[in-house]
Design a binder for this molecule. Sequence first.
Ligand code: UDP
Length: 435
Amino acid sequence: MCRIAFLSEHANPLAARGGADAGGQNVYISELCQQLAQRGYQVDVFTRRDTPDGPEIINWLPGIRVISVQAGPTIVCPKDSIWPFMHEFMLGILAFLTREQRQYDLIHSNFWMSGWVAVELKRRLTLPVVHIFHAMGKTKQRNQGTLDSSPAERLEIEQYVINGVDRIIAQCPEEQRELIEDYDTPAHKVAVIPSAVNINVFSPVDCQQARHTIGFDSDDFIVVYVGRLLPRKDVRNVVRGVAHLVELVRRDTRHTYPGIKFLIVGGETDIPSPLHTPEIAVLQELAADLHIDDVLHFIGKRQQEMLRYYYSAGNVVVTTPWYEPFGLTPLEGMACGRPVIGSAVGGITYTIADGITGFHVPAKDPAALARKLFQLFLQPSLGIQMGHAARQRVEQLFSWHITAQRTGELYNEVLSETQISSNFTINEYNQKKEF
Ligand code: UDP
């Protein structure tokens, strides 16, 4: 039996998804831990306590516990503000290990901050560490410029993490390239293991049935976006693209066409609120300026189990972020048997097969997006064909089963190199008293 400590300072696998700091990383931890537990691993997920109530240890599922560690205020804080609490987070994990007499074989750390905690724990406990960044600071800085609210130390700490851990998981070849070229990471330290999609939760539903379920009975051409509502996701670009599409359709007076709708799923609350999700106000204003305010429909945040109906209600799923380390939502749309148009950045170039399961378009280019939307608008059979191909691609390449299998193989590789770890106990650590 192999015991894994997952470290994830801000992304709790039990948190509701769709808000500003709860997205793909939460899904990754939740799905991967479940797959690992089914394979007999014992997994503890350490996360920062962000509520004063509730137990320290939640026995979530057989083989998986979620442990809340007090570090900083016990309230929800933006992830970019919690770096100062990471030393306390690390000491809290050590205190837990001592109290529980708990031993692990390996640490799997997530995001740069937990990466730092993992390297510090490795120094003290001689445990091997497999790390996944989920997003790289240099890419974020390059793309977000002054909007990047990451702490100043981020890049330096990322380098420290790269030097200190045993292996780094890159979610796609583009991330592997960034690690090697932008961060001088030795190639042998990087393993490409793509993230995935739960193909049971995300499965195709008949389009009319899906529309009926979510209260959108219609024959309109429906464009769907699912995801966090952040400037870098550039839903504004999709609004502009849809406005172009509306214009292209309006100009073509030879035929009578169906109407167009754009459904936007995500945000801080279940009922869409510009107050709680400022991006909604920006998008509403933009739509009004472009005279398509009646085309946009804000849905609010939805649980994963409901999302298949939203994806399946669409003729096409669209996501055009400025950059995307991996991007789970394109895969989810594909798993629901829908064509997906995504910007040609990061993981999206890897997940969507251009011209086969959807289209790549340049980021920040609404006219290019509109041309592809118009193509699918005019050729419904192409969309259906791409949707079938998309589901097939996901089944073949992107199931969590495959991700867990390859992650387990990576653990074995690292463990066989560092036999010492499993013989080292917390008692030995206490005798050394290094902290
Ligand atoms: N999500 C959700 N409910 C919502 C909006 C988004 O569950 O209302 C989920 C979505 O299904 C996906 C994740 O949030 O699994 C977003 O992951 P992605 O990798 O696309 O982007 P990230 O948020 O990590 O930048």
